[in-house]
Design a protein around this ligand. Structure first.
Ligand code: H2U
Length: 350
């Protein structure tokens, strides 16, 4: 019988963060593609767009006027997914199939800068430092609201990810419950900590830093890696090296180091297909429920949909919907490709 070759043979990999498996089919990455291509948007954006509801001084959909902001700008989402009003609730009937509960929360929009055309990879490190300071402030203020137990900071980048406006911005949804993905991570981190007395992601990162094959960018305080169990072709995760449970525990050196990794990673993403690389990214960190949470390790996920060019994206359909997640190109190969790309943005070379 032939011996298992992880670079050639179909196999499953285990994701200990969410206790799920992913099917990897390395031999399939050479198959021909005649499916859908997304239109590539190559139109250069202006620095200021009078029609944009996020640009400084412009009117938003609800009639409010944005201030003449000069760095980042945060406002309550005018179409908030969560509302702050308390709702009376007398619980579900025991054993009911129709289980539901009210959810209370706060949704905010974070404009990264007044520049309509400046995405993270094209900002300077100081600009990104300013965004990190804004995230810290929001985590503190939202997390200290008595009924808020979780603060989700995220960015949808690119129309292919459903982003409604190209003006660089992220969102924050803070709420009373732990959302499903976070609850799964919480449960697995806690079980690992209770069993081993150490932190799952810190132990994992130490192993990754020994073998190095999935590391994309690294500095003294953070590493960006393609996780061993990555689902998306170019999925990455930035993990802090020190045991940090939440963004407000960063030293100023760590803020600068995180900004540097964010810039380098997103620059490599743009350079991969010489396009403004779409993704959903989000920070996972300790809940704000007043507990200590030593089981948590600050990390940020990047889930980009692109597969083999600026216009061919991966679909999570068929088997992925009915069975489990699946990928073709191995995480090691993706990491090697990203690692070998320049840290200088392609637009600066053209
Ligand atoms: P997305 O492009 O990632 O959807 O983020 C834009 C958010 O901005 C979206 O949640 C909000 C939308 O509700 N928004 C406002 O709050 N005010 C506006 O005037 C338009 C859009």
């Amino acid at each position: 019988m032939r011996k298992f070759d992880i670079n050639e043979d179909p196999h499953r990999r285990y994701n200990p963060l969410i206790n799920e498996w992913v099917l990897v089919s390395p031999h399939r990455s050479k198959r021909p593609w005649q499916g859908q291509k997304e239109a590539v948007n190559t139109v250069a954006l202006p620095e200021y767009d009078p029609e944009c509801y996020l640009c400084a001084g412009n009117v938003r959909a609800n009639g409010e006027v944005n201030p003449p902001y000069e760095s980042s700008f945060v406002f309550e989402n005018d179409f908030a997914a969560l509302k702050q009003d308390p709702i009376a609730f007398d619980g579900n009937a025991e054993g009911s199939f129709f289980k539901a509960q009210p959810e209370r929360g706060i949704s905010r929009v974070v404009c990264f800068s007044p520049r309509h055309d400046l995405t993270l990879p094209e900002m300077d490190v100081d600009g990104i430092v300013n965004i990190i300071h804004t995230w810290q402030k929001e985590y503190t203020t939202l997390g200290s609201v008595d009924y808020i137990n979780h603060v989700q900071i995220f960015e949808n980048k690119g129309s292919v990810m459903g982003c409604s406006n190209p003006h660089p911005h992220g969102q924050i949804w803070a709420q009373s419950s732990l959302p499903t993905q976070v609850q799964k991570t919480q449960d697995n981190l806690k079980a690992y900590f209770d069993k081993n007395g150490t932190n799952l992601l810190q132990d994992y990162l130490n192993e990754e830093l020994k073998v190095k094959e999935r590391v994309v960018v690294e500095n003294d305080h953070f590493a960006a890696i393609v996780p061993f169990w990555a689902i998306w072709p170019y999925e990455t995760m930035i993990i802090s090296k020190r045991h940090i449970t939440k963004i407000t525990d960063f030293t100023e050196d760590e803020v600068a180091a995180f900004a540097e990794v964010l810039k380098k990673l997103t620059t490599k993403y743009d350079n991969l297909f010489e396009t403004s690389f779409p993704y959903s990214s989000g920070i996972h960190q300790a809940p704000t429920d007043g507990e200590e949470h030593p089981e948590w390790q600050f990390h940020m996920h990047f889930y980009p949909p692109l597969l083999r060019s600026a216009s061919v994206k991966k679909f999570m359909v068929g088997y992925e919907m009915m069975g489990e997640s699946q990928r073709d190109i191995t995480p090691e190969k993706s990491a090697e490709m990203l690692r070998n790309l320049s840290e200088v943005h392609y637009k600066q070379n053209s």
